[in-house]
Structures are given as structure tokens and as C-alpha cells.
Design a binder for this molecule. Structure first.
Ligand code: IVH
Length: 665
């Protein structure tokens, strides 16, 4: 019995670890352990599951990890046809829908209203409470099996919560991506290869179409459920109850639903939802009105493809059509040249839009957009408006194709291509890049020098007063007072702000240098780990890549930056001008710097998190497995295999008390 308990515990432990590392690898893109170590964990779990089949469950990561990648999706027959909804657009349509229902039933009706989620419809099937199958809607009768993909979605219960789960259950829901995650994903894609998704729905649909479920696992998707398709046992009698039951069983259901007593309340709900549409964290394009009582639903029945008991009550479209008058290009701080569409100004969802980024040539090709085209602009939630499609029917034949320039529009250097990116290689010799670099260095998160607006930087540049960052510190009142509109007060304010910025914290300075891929957070991690500028400059690749959250790509950018002698000279010039980079206080130079710890067993005085925080606050790191690079294994009560491993590998083992002493507690 005790042995069984231990095995079950180890299996759960392994599953948890593997799922965590899956997230780190696929979602965050920041793996903490090597592929070998990961494979070791999977191997151990598989071996245990093979030996103890009673502990195998379909929510185990072994069910997806290492599963062969299919070359096509299997077709599956739906449990009951997955119907679609008829649409109405206004209150007249709503009245008509209500009147038809009332006439048919001879009674007044209450409705359940839900947001019409703009994602991809899926059917989820559970047998004896275990998730067994997922399928897309397809033609409504047959869909494609996407079980492995849906299994990677965190909020889909793999096992129903209820102790008396129905023997058979089929539910319908919508695969969605939250707007915040969509923006993050696109941001990352722009940083990596520029290939962007047009909207969250496309991501959801594209993710379900992935044959390799590991790609789907990388996307932060959610499923919201809104219909019970089949239920063995005492089925709920209203849609409202059905939703409550779904929730109890562990599903996330349509958020913001409302029980409306009559059609007037339905119209009010529609109005309210349209008003808050932009504040929601997911995309909706209307509401769904459902007759609440299931017996009424059954009485009303269905047409060939639509139920008579439900209707989609749409919002006004947010797509606006306007003319793309020109495409210009902009040179960013890192030299990337991006095309920007200049549009005839138009209001989209309450915002006047006259520009929209086209990201890169790939996007232009995908859209097939030409100068002079009419385009549909779309605004999803608070997403910056973007060009969703070209209205090809409006073409006159006079539209002109756009080509990226062969020379940088700012400095004339020959552009270089890196995948879909067009880049000016001139660095700070390119005025556009220099100006952006100075704006970045003086920005709030870096040197925080108030007064360096785009206009001021343009002016200082045009007068030849700045040619690199360090020139900021050579500005003087006689130069500034000569500038148009610059009087004593403004001049003094700027010079004071410059003087104040001379003492700058290490992380701000690193961020301010504008190293590619080094944002505020990475700058902070570097400062925390290395303590001072010299340590960072001299750190080799291995030491940088060993910093948690810093991957190989970021490491390369850092190494490349400090390998450029002009960058080192510029840092020297800044120092000579009086800039003092303040060492990071976060790093203790004590014996924990760079030390690796593994915790095993139960600690009595500290939680694991507290212990981890303590180690990190002293510059050390906590890792999960006992490799030979580990310096200390802290063994609490009931320490297990890790303690054994530490002894085998001759790694120093500390008791909790000894650990407390070491960290000065
Ligand atoms: S109920 C028979 N409820 O809208 C009724 N559908 O054409 C089946 N949808 O394909 C649908 N949110 O993908 C229902 N709260 C909701 C929904 C919803 C979005 C989608 C669903 C369907 C389409 C209607």
C-alpha cells in the first residue's frame, strides 16, 4: 500500500514537472532544462505507467508527448448534428423571433442570452467522466478529430469534476484566444519572423488545424462551453441549468451570460453588451439568444441547419472600408524598415484611423494589397486597427504595386534582407536609427531625461549637435540657446535633467543601450546576475545563456553588441562624460553568486517559494534536478531520490538549518 502511494505520488510529480516544462518550452519559449533531461522525465513516467497501468490516465502528458504526428485528421461523425444559427441585426428582427416562438408555443418565453464568441466551434466528448474526443464542426454532420490539439488546452477538463459524472457527455464550445494573448503572440511573431495573424479567431482555427499538437500547445487557447449536445442521465431542464451544470463539472462556460425574462430584456442585454464589447478580453460579434426551457426548444425543433429556438443577434460590423493612398517606409531603432499604409481617414469603432502598419513584405503579399486599393480596416477590441482585406471588386486597374526600397530612405545604405525583414545595416551612422536610439536612451525606463521629444531630437540632429548618445552630455547652454524657441528656462531644465541622469542604475543603462532583444526585463536579469557593467561585458556565452529566462537568441544579441568596438568606445565616452553606472544592489557578492541549489523533501521553516526567493536574492539559482553542476542539495524531511543522487554525485548536502545559516537567516 505504502509503496503504491509512493508510486502514485511520483507519477503525479512527474506529470506535473513535464507539464510545467512543456509550458516553459512551448508557451514561454524559455526552457529550464535540456532536451535530454526532459526526455529522461518522460521516459521515467512512461516506464512507471507501463508497469502500473492502473495509474494511467488520459490526461497524462505521455498521451501527447512523443505521440506520432498524424499525416491527416480523421473524420468523425458528430453525436448530434452541430447546427449553425440564423442571424438577426436589429430589434425588429428580435421582435419577430420572439413573436414566432410565442405563436408556436402559445406562452410567453424566457431566454438565456450569451455573448456570441468569435472563435472556432468544437465538440467535446466524455466517456465515464474522461475526455475522449474533440472534433471540429466541419459540415455539421462530420468534423475532423482534433483530440490531441484540444488536450493541450489548459481549461478543458481532462476529467470531469463531478463524482457522479454522466456515463456519456457531449458538449459544444468555442476555442478562443484572449485578446491580450493574441497581441502577445503577434508581438512575438513580429520580433521573430514578422508573420502575423489577422485576428484571434484565425489563431484558434489555425491552431486546431495543426497536425503537430506541440505547436497547438504553444498557443494560449481557451474553450468556453455553451451547449450540452448529449447527456446520459437526468439532463437539465433549462439552458441556464445546463450552463450551471457544465460549470460544476469543471468547464469554463460562456462568460457574461444573462437570464432574460422577455424580449425587451434581451434587447437591453444586446445594447449593454455592444457597449462593453471593447472592454472584454475576448472577441464577440453579437449575442446568442436561446429559448431557456429545453422542453420548449424541443417543441420548436430545428430547420435543416438552424435551430428554431435560438438566434444570433449581431452587432454592427466594426470593419470600415477606406482607400489606401500610399505606402511609406519607416526605419526603426534596430534598422528594421517597416511599410506603413497611409489611409484616407476613417472612423473605426470610435477611433479615427489614418495609418496602419503593414509589418513587412510578407504581409503585403498575403493581403495582395496595392497602392490605391480600397481596404477593409478591422479593430478587434483594443487592438490597433489593421488592414484585414482588400476589396478587390473596387479595383480600377490603376492601383500600383509596392516594392520595398533597395536603399535606406534615411541614409541611403543598401538594405539587407533577413527572412521577411528588410534592414538598414548602417547602425548609428543612419540618422533614423540614431534619432530612435537617442529617444530610447532618454526614455523613462532608461536614462529618464525629460525633454527629448522626437521634435527636439530632430532639431538637435539637424544642427549637428548629436551624432551619438554620449553627445547628449556635451550639450551646453550656448548651443541650446541658439536654437529657435529655446530660452533660458527650457535650456536649464534640459541641462539639469541631463545632469541628473548621470547616475544611472545598471539595468536602466543596459536597457538604454538598445541592445537587440534586450528589453527592461532582460536588462534587469542581467543586472541582477552580473552586478556591474564590466561583468556583463566580459561574460562569455555560457554564463549569459545560463541566466534563467535568457535564451540563445538573446544571448547572441548581447554578445554581438559588446563585440562591436564602436559600442565599447561609446560606453567609454559616456563614462568619460561623467556617467556613473550604479552597480546592482540585488547581487550579493557573497558565496551564493552563481550557485545552484536543489531542494528536496519538506522544509519546516520555509515554503519552497520563500527558499527560492532567498537563494535568488543572494544571486543563486534553484533548479529542479540534481545534475553535476549543482552546488548544494538542501534536504528537508522525507527527502527521497534527489538526496540519494546528491550523495552518489558527491554534491554537498545541507540540512534546512545549515541552509538558513548559509543565507544568513
Ligand atoms: S449555440 C444550435 N452559443 O456561433 C446552436 N453558439 O452560427 C448552436 N457561437 O457555429 C450554437 N458563441 O460556433 C452558441 N454562446 C454561443 C455561441 C455560439 C459563439 C458560434 C458557434 C456557431 C456560430 C453560429
Amino acid at each position: 500500500m505504502a509503496k503504491d502511494k509512493n508510486i502514485n505520488k511520483r507519477i503525479s510529480e512527474l506529470r506535473e514537472m513535464i507539464l510545467r516544462h512543456n509550458d516553459l518550452y512551448y508557451i514561454d519559449g524559455l526552457p529550464e532544462i535540456s532536451d535530454n533531461k526532459y526526455d529522461e522525465l518522460v521516459r521515467e513516467l512512461k516506464a512507471l505507467e507501463l508497469q502500473y497501468p492502473e495509474y494511467v490516465s488520459s490526461d497524462s502528458p505521455t498521451q501527447t508527448v512523443g505521440a506520432p504526428i498524424p499525416d491527416k485528421f480523421e473524420k468523425v461523425q458528430h453525436v448530434t448534428p452541430m447546427l449553425s444559427l440564423e442571424s438577426i441585426n436589429d430589434s425588429l428582427g428580435a421582435n419577430h423571433f420572439d413573436q414566432v416562438c410565442v405563436k408556436e408555443l402559445g406562452e410567453s418565453i424566457d431566454y438565456l442570452c450569451e455573448p456570441k464568441l468569435d472563435g472556432l466551434s468544437v465538440e467535446l466528448v466524455y466517456e465515464n467522466g474522461i475526455f475522449t474526443r474533440a472534433a471540429t464542426r466541419g459540415d455539421g454532420m462530420t468534423g475532423e478529430e482534433v483530440t490531441l490539439n484540444v488536450r493541450t488546452i489548459g481549461n478543458v477538463p481532462k476529467r470531469l469534476k463531478s463524482s457522479d459524472a454522466p456515463k456519456h457527455l457531449a458538449v459544444r464550445g468555442e476555442v478562443m484566444m484572449h485578446i491580450k494573448d493574441f497581441q502577445e503572440l503577434n508581438k512575438r511573431r513580429i520580433e521573430q519572423n514578422g508573420d502575423v495573424f489577422a485576428n484571434p479567431r484565425n489563431v484558434a482555427a489555425g491552431s486546431m488545424r495543426q497536425l503537430d499538437a506541440r505547436v497547438t500547445a504553444r498557443r494560449k487557447l481557451h474553450v468556453y462551453c455553451y451547449q450540452i449536445l448529449a447527456f446520459s442521465g437526468n439532463a437539465p431542464t433549462t439552458q441556464f441549468e445546463a450552463m450551471k451544470l457544465l460549470k460544476q463539472m469543471g468547464f469554463d462556460v460562456s462568460p457574461n451570460m444573462k437570464h432574460c425574462r422577455n424580449i425587451e430584456e434581451v434587447k437591453e442585454y444586446h445594447h449593454n453588451m455592444e457597449a462593453v464589447r471593447d472592454d472584454l478580453n475576448y472577441e464577440i460579434d453579437g449575442i446568442v439568444v436561446k429559448v431557456n426551457k429545453i422542453k420548449f426548444q424541443e417543441k420548436l425543433g430545428t430547420r435543416t441547419t438552424n435551430p428554431k429556438w435560438a438566434v444570433a443577434y449581431k452587432f454592427k460590423p466594426r470593419k470600415e472600408i477606406t482607400r489606401l493612398e500610399d505606402i511609406i517606409v519607416q526605419v526603426g531603432r534596430t534598422g528594421v524598415i517597416t511599410p506603413l499604409a497611409l489611409l484616407q481617414a476613417v472612423e473605426v469603432g470610435g477611433v479615427t484611423v489614418s495609418r496602419a502598419t503593414l509589418h513587412n513584405m510578407d504581409q503585403i503579399k498575403k493581403l495582395g494589397v496595392k497602392i490605391g486599393d480600397y481596404v477593409k480596416l478591422h479593430r478587434a477590441g483594443d487592438v490597433i486597427p489593421y488592414i484585414a482585406e482588400v476589396v478587390k471588386e473596387k479595383r480600377t486597374g490603376k492601383e500600383k504595386e509596392f516594392h520595398m526600397p533597395s536603399k535606406c530612405p534615411s541614409c541611403g545604405a543598401k538594405v539587407e534582407w533577413e527572412n521577411v525583414f528588410c534592414r538598414c545595416p548602417a547602425g548609428l551612422a543612419c540618422p533614423a536609427q540614431l534619432k530612435e536610439t537617442i529617444i530610447h536612451y532618454t526614455s523613462k525606463g532608461a536614462a529618464n531625461i525629460d525633454g527629448f521629444s522626437v521634435k527636439t531630437v530632430e532639431l538637435l540632429y539637424s544642427k549637428g549637435l548629436i551624432r551619438n548618445i554620449s553627445d547628449i552630455y556635451s550639450l551646453n547652454s550656448s548651443d541650446l540657446l541658439k536654437l529657435e524657441g529655446w530660452k533660458e528656462k527650457r535650456t536649464n531644465n534640459l541641462l539639469e535633467a541631463i545632469e541628473k541622469s548621470k547616475n544611472i542604475a545598471l539595468d536602466r543603462f543596459i536597457f538604454g543601450l538598445g541592445i537587440r532583444n534586450v528589453g527592461k526585463h532582460i536588462a534587469f536579469l542581467l543586472a541582477k546576475r552580473f552586478g556591474n557593467l564590466e561583468n556583463i561585458i566580459s561574460a562569455d556565452r555560457d554564463r549569459i545563456v545560463a541566466v534563467k529566462e535568457i535564451g540563445p537568441e538573446i544571448t547572441d544579441s548581447i554578445i554581438d553588441f559588446f563585440n562591436v568596438s564602436e559600442n565599447i568606445k561609446e560606453i567609454k565616452r559616456l563614462k568619460n562624460a561623467g556617467v556613473v553606472v550604479v552597480e546592482s544592489k540585488l547581487v550579493s557578492k557573497g558565496r551564493l553568486l552563481e550557485k545552484k541549489f536543489v531542494f528536496t523533501g519538506t522544509l519546516e521553516k520555509l515554503t519552497r517559494q520563500e527558499a527560492k526567493d532567498l537563494v535568488e536574492s543572494k544571486g543563486g539559482e534553484v533548479v529542479s534536478s540534481v545534475g553535476k553542476d549543482v552546488d548544494f542539495v538542501v534536504a528537508g524531511k522525507k527527502a527521497g531520490s534527489k538526496l540519494k543522487k546528491a550523495k552518489e554525485k558527491d554534491i554537498k548536502v545541507l540540512s534546512e538549518e545549515e541552509f538558513m545559516k548559509l543565507v544568513g537567516r
